[in-house]
Design a binder for this molecule. Structure first.
Ligand code: ZN
Length: 271
């Protein structure tokens, strides 16, 4: 049996490959399957308009915006990165945003975007998030040491989430000590024993679940159903009943993104 309801804490519903009207129709239908909303995770300025439109049309959506390390690595030059930073600041001025991100570090792009530069951009993101009183949505791949070095220097007053965390269970307490939540996503290829150990290492009030859609060739509704299955598995691993887990996950998402009181991002964006 699945969980009854779930909020997806990280999904790229503004993906340019997806058809906007199809996504919105799917979200409307998904309410009956227990979908209680999602945060549209930020990638780069080209997606601002799409995420703004989606949020204006679907009241259960919230927006995060940021400059993903992959986006920064692929940018043509320093001028393009600076222009994107200014676009990010401007978007924060005019729209309702629940988190700054994705921001972070990614070892896979180190050849074109060296560690020191990635750390400098992460630090810059933390500064902006603190200034705007927002939590951060962190993308950290491979370089946990580099990331922790920056995060420990802060500022990190509003906390945030290490999204799609699949590192060692020992790292969980390092991130939790900084006030961060831990995002667990669909990882179909991962060993279930390792996964269980990781999920059990996370404090009850820091765990959040996410699809991180798009994923393989699954539609968003297919991914959401898989997330409900994952949640049922998580309840089993943690030895709690599904209703208790559903309530805890809802509280955690609310704490992380300050979802209460509800504020549809469309309303404010239109002002
Ligand atoms: Zn993502």
């Amino acid at each position: 049996m699945r969980l009854l309801t779930l909020f997806d804490t990280h999904a790229h519903l503004d993906d340019p490959q997806a058809d906007e009207l199809t996504v919105l129709a799917q979200l409307r239908d998904l309410r009956a399957a227990g979908w209680r909303g999602a945060v549209v995770a930020g990638y780069g300025p080209e997606r601002f308009a799409r995420s703004r439109e989606l949020c204006a049309a679907e009241p259960l959506l919230r927006r995060a915006i940021g400059l993903h390390p992959e986006w920064l690595a692929a940018a043509a030059d320093a001028a393009a990165r600076e222009a994107a930073w200014h676009a990010l600041e401007a978007e924060l001025d005019g729209a309702a945003i629940v988190a700054l991100g994705e921001i972070g570090v990614d070892r896979r792009v180190r050849d074109v975007f060296p560690a020191a530069e990635q750390q400098a951009w992460l630090a810059r993101g933390l500064g902006l998030a603190a200034q705007r009183k927002l939590p951060v949505m962190l993308h950290i791949v491979g370089w946990h040491g580099h990331a922790l070095e920056v995060l420990r220097q802060g500022p990190l007053p509003q906390g945030g989430v290490v999204h799609r965390f699949s590192g060692a269970p020992e790292l969980v307490r390092e991130y939790e000590a900084l006030g961060l939540h831990m995002g667990i996503s669909l990882e179909p290829r991962e060993d279930p024993v390792r996964r269980a150990a990781l999920v059990q290492a996370i404090a009850a009030d820091r765990l959040v679940l996410e699809t991180d859609w798009p994923l393989h060739d699954l539609s968003y509704p297919e991914s959401f159903v898989k997330l409900l299955d994952l949640a049922a598995q998580v309840a089993q691993w943690r030895g709690v009943d599904r209703a208790e887990l559903a309530a805890q996950l809802a509280r955690n998402a609310q704490m992380l993104y300050r979802l209460d009181p509800p504020h549809g991002c469309g309303a404010q964006a239109a002002e």
